[in-house]
Ligand binder design. Structure first.
Ligand code: G1P
Length: 297
């Protein structure tokens, strides 16, 4: 099996109800951190990892996503005429090569595993990545790149992993660790959204995966799991049962859960502070807020 990963699936069919009313008319993946949509962070991370084919699993009402990746000739020529080179560069960076991007519809919201399965014909017989754009990861070396480098050595299936407080385990897929090798763990089991007292560890799956095409075969037959949905976690767990290798990869970086409002706000603050042109003013404001709060206490 080749170990170069060039295809990635972006499941973006979710309704984003936690962000209503905003998501009534815009896909949640278009919501911005500072000035870039969440999906742009995911695409940039995939590109850095060498991904060449980008497969979006969408649903009704996600048209704005397709437009976002299209060329914008009027806008480009207007910026060119005005000599706005930097903005033009920023804009062009969102363009995708012809044929590099594909959209598949998930017709029913049957779960993450089902969304991935919808892309099976485009994956065919190659290893592939899955990126959940809700999980935004700030890292010196992009998370998926860390993983593709590790995967080149290990093969098998690999999921990004991170320690979470025990009371948070029920929100995640959780790993049952066989052997802990530091940045990498080998896995003997995986449970999707376990009850707190049934979680096999506090090592949670974060939304980056490198998977073998066998996962698509597993998904074909899998039954509904946690929450009545077809779970990707269950299809990966089947690999372990079949005695094939599954690894958890403790990435270096900070992950933000942009599927939740608190996580999204934290990411906004962190990405805002990481921008040199905003840092001074923004940090000043935060310091002022903190001083006011301290004075009030
Ligand atoms: C999904 C996966 C879960 C994983 C999580 C990471 O859950 O099913 O295994 O831990 O993403 O963000 P969701 O957050 O879509 O419920």
């Amino acid at each position: 099996m080749k170990r170069k990963v060039t295809k990635a699936i972006f499941p973006v069919a979710g309704l984003g109800t936690r962000f209503l009313p905003a998501t009534k008319s815009i896909p949640k993946e278009i919501m911005t951190l500072v000035d870039r949509p969440l999906i742009q962070y995911a695409i940039d991370e995939a590109r850095a990892a060498g991904i060449k084919e980008f497969i979006f699993v969408t649903s009704r009402g996600k048209g704005a996503l397709e437009d976002y990746f299209d060329h914008a000739p009027e806008l480009e020529s207007s910026l060119r005429k005005k000599g706005k080179k930097e903005l033009l560069k920023t804009l062009k960076n969102t363009n995708m090569d012809s044929g590099a991007i594909a959209y598949i519809r998930q017709h029913k919201a049957l779960g993450l595993g089902h969304a991935v399965w919808c892309a099976r014909r485009l994956i065919a017989n190659e290893p592939f990545a899955v990126i959940l754009p809700d999980d935004v990861i700030a890292a010196e070396k992009p998370c998926l790149q860390q993983m593709t480098e590790a995967y080149a050595e290990t093969g098998g299936c690999m999921v990004a992993a991170m320690e979470v407080p025990p009371e948070k385990a029920p929100s995640y897929g959780v790993l049952d660790v066989k052997e802990d090798m530091g940045s990498m763990v080998s896995v003997r089991g995986m449970v999707e959204k376990p009850a707190q007292d049934e979680a096999p560890s506090n090592l949670a799956v974060i939304g980056r995966y490198i998977l073998t095409p066998q996962i698509l075969q597993n998904l074909q037959k899998i039954k509904q799991g946690a929450g009545g949905e077809i779970q990707l976690t269950d299809a990966i767990a089947q690999e372990i049962e079949a005695d094939r290798d599954v690894y958890g990869y403790r990435f270096r970086g900070q992950r933000f859960d942009c599927g939740s409002k608190a996580g999204y706000l934290q990411a906004t603050v962190s990405f805002g502070l990481s921008r040199p042109e905003l840092r001074g003013e923004f940090q000043g404001y935060l310091d002022e807020m903190a001083a006011l709060r301290n004075a009030a206490e």
